[in-house]
Design a protein around this ligand. Structure first.
Ligand code: GDP
Length: 197
């Protein structure tokens, strides 16, 4: 699948402000600065669609984009921003939890992790919670171009090991670089397959 028309639709500060759940929806989440905006722009072939922010953690809104008038792509706020206040973090958690638990057309959540880092507790705990709530998710490794060839495989293997301490089966894993436009076909083909099911 190729995206030909991607357009910003609306920003919501509450789940009940989101557009009607009238088509399949795919949401993207990850810690601040993980490369979420860059990945969304790369998938949509549009360098300015999602803002790549210089102030991480600032956006606390659910952003909906219409893709080819067929499905919604959702940019969720980044989590785990150390400089956010306790109240901000609480509000963020409430917004995201409510969205994730009640959005009936959410087909799959893309959880982004920076391929350079060791498995982080905050990400693993978040994935665990998705399991508890029964929300389907996949993992997207970002910024793979920043790794040496030798590190690529070992970092992914380490991550899988950490996952297998909590999960019996591994989720689908995508390896991407927004810089090199890697992983786009794999992610879009996956979405196409789910849409056709
Ligand atoms: P967000 O806060 O998760 O939306 O992250 P951004 O997309 O704004 O990216 C954070 C920083 O990482 C920016 O400086 C990006 O240029 C950089 N970045 C994002 N994706 C990649 C990538 O695939 N490769 C490289 N080398 N840098 C990236």
């Amino acid at each position: 699948m190729r995206i030909t028309k991607a357009a910003f639709l609306t920003s919501s500060s509450k789940p009940n402000q989101c557009p009607d759940a009238d088509r399949p929806e795919y949401a993207f989440i990850g810690r601040s600065n993980v490369g979420k905006s860059s990945l969304i722009n790369m998938l949509c072939n549009n360098s300015t669609l999602a803002k790549t922010s210089s102030t991480p953690g600032k956006t606390q809104l659910i952003n909906h984009f219409t893709i080819d008038n067929q499905w919604y792509l959702v940019d969720l706020p980044g989590y785990g921003y150390a400089k956010a206040s306790k109240t901000q973090r609480k509000e963020f958690k409430l917004l995201i939890d409510n969205y994730l638990r009640h959005r009936s057309n959410l087909m799959c959540l893309f959880i982004l992790v920076d391929s350079r880092h060791k498995p982080q507790k905050v990400d693993l705990e978040f994935m665990h919670q998705m399991g508890v709530w029964g929300i389907p998710f996949v993992i997207v490794f970002t910024k793979m171009d920043k790794l040496k060839a030798s590190e690529k495989e070992s970092n992914i293997e380490n991550y899988k090991k950490a996952l297998l301490e909590d999960w019996e089966e591994l989720p689908e894993i995508f390896v991407t670089s927004a810089e090199k436009a890697e992983g786009r076909d794999e992610i879009l083909n996956f979405i196409e397959q789910v849409n056709e099911q």
